[in-house]
Design a protein around this ligand. Structure first.
Ligand code: KG4
Ligand code: ZN
Length: 337
């Protein structure tokens, strides 16, 4: 089984992963999240510089964990897009450098396809076709996946904010900090998800069945909190967090299960940072089970951005005889699936 070294630098995580087939050998991640916290969101220039500084030490850490040397690597994979242009460039340049120096094939991969593929490291070969719900700070998509290396069909995506972005913005309104997802998840455990009826975007009969919209929800939460503050009453943070979270996961799970049913697919894969959300996992399991659909969610560390997911997709490309990328592979910040 070939050993694949994978690079991920599309946002604020410098990820270097090593896999052998479906076997995870190393998953080293350096994050610049703390450097962005005081800005309340990722600052592209800060992210690019942090990738530059973290890249080589993270490669060394991954090799050390796997007990391997660079000479043991058989192929290199890298996220070529979508993502922040400057951030992607650092990973693509590094991957090209290693591929050239080691004289090994280079595979440029799509970040979303890598999020789908990572589950094979946890639960074995991907059931294909499957449905993938990818929810993170940068994307919210429903994808039909007949073949993760060559045929991924987008059914819908967010028309405004990504789900994780909505979590981050609402956390800011509630004064919880950044990144907001895990903080809302925690606050919501003490609250009542049915306390406040926040709107469910794009769920009308004439709305696109598999698109999402979270910006109206985010505004509704901000207005609700403002009105409460104006009236001098305390803001019930746990109830607001739980009711907001319920509105997001209600729509995500409803549409994901419907997409499975309409496409005759009986496996739902959930990935991206928001897949770490405890309520999303619970409600997806419950609604899918009612319809005879099995849910696969990798462990939280593999759901957020990492290099192992890129290496995992690289390993599939090698296994299925895909043609390597040329060494002038561009970073494509708006790459489509
Ligand atoms: O996949 P990821 O690490 O990076 C992107 O590609 O964006 O996802 C990060 C996003 C952030 O918006 C973060 O708030 C959200 O995932 N997130 C969560 C949870 N953990 C992380 N959202 C909801 N609940 C969580 N437990
Ligand atoms: Zn991601």
């Amino acid at each position: 089984m070939p050993i694949v070294l994978g690079f991920e630098t599309s946002c604020d995580e410098t990820g270097v992963g090593i896999v052998r087939g479906n076997e995870l050998l190393a998953d080293a991640v350096a994050t610049s999240v703390d450097e962005h916290a005081r800005f309340g969101g990722v600052v592209p220039e800060v992210a690019s510089r942090a990738h530059l500084e973290a890249m080589v030490p993270t490669v060394h850490r991954a090799l050390e964990t796997a007990g391997l040397k660079l000479a043991d690597v058989d192929a290199i994979a890298v996220t070529a897009g979508p993502g922040l242009a400057g951030a992607l460039l650092v990973g693509v340049a590094a991957a090209k450098g290693y591929a050239l120096a080691l004289d090994k094939p280079l595979y440029g991969v799509n970040h979303l396809a890598a999020h789908v593929c990572v589950d094979q490291l946890e639960h074995g070969p991907l059931p294909e076709p499957c449905m993938a719900l990818l929810v993170s700070g940068g994307h919210s998509s429903l994808l039909l996946v007949p073949d993760v290396t060559s045929d991924i069909r987008p059914l819908g995506s967010t028309v405004d904010d990504a789900a994780g972005e909505a979590f981050d913005k609402v956390a800011r309104v509630l004064g919880l900090g950044f990144p907001g997802g895990p903080l809302i998840d925690r606050a919501a455990r003490e609250g009542d998800g049915a306390a406040i009826a926040f709107p469910r975007g794009l769920t009308g009969p004439r709305d696109a069945p598999f698109d999402f919209s979270f910006s109206g929800l985010k505004t509704a939460v901000a207005r609700w909190v403002e009105a409460r503050e104006r009236s001098g009453q305390p803001v019930p943070v746990a109830d607001v967090a739980a009711s907001f979270q319920e509105a997001v996961v209600d729509v995500l799970t409803r549409k994901a299960v419907r997409a499975c049913k309409e496409n005759g697919v009986d496996h739902l894969l959930i990935g991206g940072g928001v897949a770490a959300n405890s309520r999303l996992r619970a409600l997806a399991e419950q609604r899918a089970a009612d319809q005879g659909i099995r849910v696969r969610v990798p462990r939280p560390k593999l759901c957020t951005d990492n290099g192992a997911m890129v290496a995992a997709l690289g390993a599939q490309l090698v296994a299925r005889g895909a043609r390597p990328s040329a060494l002038d592979l561009p970073a494509d910040s708006s790459m489509l699936i």
